[in-house]
Design a protein around this ligand. Sequence first.
Ligand SMILES: [Zn+2]
Length: 475
Amino acid sequence: MRPVFSGVARLALASLLLCCAQQARAQSLSPELQAFRDIYRELVEINTTESEGDTLQAAQAMAARLKAGGFPEDDIKIISTAPRKGNLVARLRGTGARKPLLLMAHIDVVEAKRSDWAFDPFKLQEVDGYFRARGAADDKAMAAIFVANLIEYVKSGYKPERDIVLALTTDEELSDSPHDGAKVLLNQHRDLVDAELAINEGGGGILRDGKPWRLTVQLAEKVYQTYRLEVKDRGGHSASGRRDSAIYRLADGLVRLARFDFPARLNPVTKAFLENALKDESFQNAEAIRALLAGNADASALAVLTGLPSYNAIIRTTCVATMLEAGHAENALPQTAAATVNCRVLPDADVADVQKTLVRVLDDPNISVTPVGTAVLSPPSPLNPEVMGAVERIAGKMWPGVPVIPTMSGGYTDSRWARSAGIAAYGVSGIFNDPATSGVHGLNEQVGVQALYDGKTFLDRLVRELAGPARPAGP
Ligand SMILES: [Zn+2]
């Protein structure tokens, strides 16, 4: 007999099936993934913005998770430098045969205004195959993965060849914070986090048309240095119509700067990046890249790459005016005209030379050039075959045919503190996301549910490969 349902009954049945399908999906998670999902949810739902959030609470919550997972209490440390500011360091003890491996992830997040978002940014949504929340990707995905994987290591009795040290840090998203967790840990608690190499954010999988396209490993970051340009003048009445006023002098200098390009120079990381980029490029762009790689790029080849901001940022130091201030009255000549110029310096360049170049290009002794803040020097991490080989082997099995590409970032991460402290840092996650829709630092941040779970598997395999199996006991 054919069952007959009324419209309402159909709807009820449909929602029943939907509910059970969702439940079945949730139930089909392995106990490990379920535990990870709970940790991830807890971490994401603790607001860790600068304005209202609390990274100390987040660090304590993750410490409690590690403890409940069997981590010895003595090996978990909370470092707090102020109220609402917390970092966590946890150490899984290995045999000590090799120097430790450091796993870094920041637990603070960029501000998120409820009224701008489509949903509460601090309530984890699981919709349409995505996890959505502030921090769903940046950087609580890696933070939660590391915590969950460490708990699995403890439970399974895994004894690596080296200590695996987890550092969850605060204030990565703020520029120049006195509580910058990575800075505090590496400069003031070096013994807690000292390591041979570090894994951090900064790289990862890129989706194109919804499919894995590239897996990037971030090996370098440009160095951030800002300068204040200033012209002082006697000022006076605007009726005088003087042409050498502070504003004109500064503006003339800025026009000279706008027309100037720092010389193109490659390092091993950008060379490897460009070699990989060739096959995705148009004939003209590929020819220009080939010429640059061969060291014989002429002006026209350079002009092609200079005209493309993404390549221009990779091949040279850049300095660009970002703020202007001048004048005190509509009818007066200014006594001061000033500009802020923000430079992104190639990581192997001498920052002092950049200032000298600015002075030369501005070409006016009346324009003073003063650094704002002190640059954090961050030499590129070497293309270490142990790390790159492990990434390629694991990625080759998980995403066959997807190239592994070394990259240099224009912005910075906590890796700069590790690199400046002499610890080679590798930005890689195995989490694939689409930069156009990820909402990182923007609205409605998201990461694919399966992409996150795959990222967890990838990082587990990478950490085990780099930390090694326990050596057999005996002679
Ligand atoms: Zn981040």
